[in-house]
Design a binder for this molecule. Structure first.
Ligand code: PLP
Length: 392
């Protein structure tokens, strides 16, 4: 069977062949444990890891010693939020975050609430952006952390992280950003945006799954936290566990490629996204754009289709690999918390599809997607409700 066209790049990305090539020698040739101090196998692995650490840090204006390798952004977000909450226990107890964060941030916050931490979940406007003034108003003398994502995984909206970082710095509150979607796609500099902690994931930037990082500012202010995984004391005691050496090497290559090709690639994706949107608009009426028109990831288009259910639409388009809401929460039948937060009706939320374009998406694929979507939506809309049509 022919593979469907992959339009789900916010869920994950394929490993770029250049990344795979960089990783290969680190599986069977340089296979050492980076923590082995007594022989050349360990030294070689450690050298590779330390070079990768430096190369990743340079991508966002950080220092190598400010990077803690993890298994991905879920772990980084857990470490940032829980690690800080446990450090500040008995001193300060409020976190300010946003209703549209990734489930791993929101669920970490819920777990902390059960331990007595107060969490403020701020609303967003109809484009999905949070107002920095609301953050400012929510900060109290109990606040130790503001956590706001750089770019949303469902609707692609970019948050004003530079304004948020500046106000956090001024109010002497730590600022964490989940940059799993933003990093590598929009320019991020930890000094310019006053970021104190930042979560990253390699598999969202054409690197391998199962590896990521947490950036921790090392000075002014120096960020400390309580480790959440104890053991051999790897990563300066902040995250024990044998390092994923091939993964880390791939992560570094993936990050560098994104930075080097960012401008050209985002222009290319922008043109493809416009082509997709225009094609849908011209092909069928009754569609709406979810999220911000300009302030969004170049490769993201989240569209609501009036009178159609995504649960009927997606299986009817076997040629396309797209998603309704986020892959992380798609096991649940609840309408997406992000679409709810931007004020979309439950009906339109259920009729929404996320198109995630990426590095290997071609114009021909977009054109094929347009015709498949238009044809299927038209068919499901007639007569009346698509779900009835489906039973016919
Ligand atoms: C994918 C994603 C995560 C989770 O990252 P993993 O590396 O898969 O654990 C967290 N936040 C956002 C915004 C994401 O898109």
């Amino acid at each position: 069977m022919k593979q469907p066209i992959y339009l789900d790049h916010q869920a994950t990305t394929p490993v770029d062949p250049r990344v795979l090539e960089a990783m290969l020698p680190w599986f069977s040739e340089h296979f050492g444990n980076a923590a082995s101090r007594n022989h050349a196998f360990g030294w070689r692995a450690e050298e590779g890891v330390e070079q990768a650490r430096d190369r990743i840090a340079r991508c966002f204006g950080a220092l190598a010693r400010e990077i803690v390798f993890t298994s991905g952004a879920t772990e980084s977000n857990n470490l940032a939020l829980k690690g800080l909450a446990r450090l500040f226990r008995d001193k300060k107890n409020q976190i300010v975050t946003v209703a549209t964060e990734h489930p791993c941030v929101l669920d970490s916050c819920k777990a902390l609430e059960r331990e007595g931490v107060e969490v403020t979940y701020l609303p967003v406007d109809s484009t999905g952006q949070v107002d920095p003034d609301r953050i400012s108003a929510a900060i109290s003398d109990q606040t130790f952390l503001v956590s706001v994502m750089a770019a949303n995984n469902e609707i692609g909206v970019l948050q004003p992280i530079e304004a948020i970082g500046a106000l956090c710095r001024q109010r002497k509150v730590l600022f964490h950003t989940d940059a799993a979607q933003g990093f590598g796609k929009i320019p991020i500099d930890v000094d310019r945006a006053c970021i104190d902690l930042m979560s990253l994931s390699a598999h969202k930037i054409y690197g391998p799954k199962g590896v990521g990082a947490l950036y921790l500012r090392s000075g002014r202010p120096r960020v400390r936290l309580v480790p959440q995984i104890d053991g051999g004391g790897h990563e300066r005691g902040l995250r024990s566990g044998t390092l994923n050496v091939p993964g880390i090497i791939g992560f570094a290559r993936a990050a560098e490629l994104c930075i080097a090709e960012m401008e050209e690639e985002s222009n290319r994706l922008l043109a493809l996204r416009e082509r997709l949107w225009t094609g849908l608009e011209e092909g069928i009426g009754g569609i709406g754009l979810n999220g911000h028109r300009q302030q969004r990831l170049a490769g993201n288009l989240n569209v609501s289709f009036e009178g159609v259910d995504a649960d009927a639409l997606i299986p009817a388009m076997a040629d396309l690999a797209v998603s309704s809401g986020s892959a992380c929460a798609s096991a649940s039948l609840e309408p997406s918390h992000v679409l709810q937060a931007i004020g979309l009706s439950p009906e339109l939320s259920r009729g929404s599809i996320r198109f995630g374009l990426g590095r290997f998406t071609t114009e021909a694929e977009v054109d094929h997607a347009i015709s498949v979507v238009c044809e299927t939506v038209k068919r499901l809309r007639l007569p009346g409700d698509g779900r009835h049509q489906y039973n016919a």
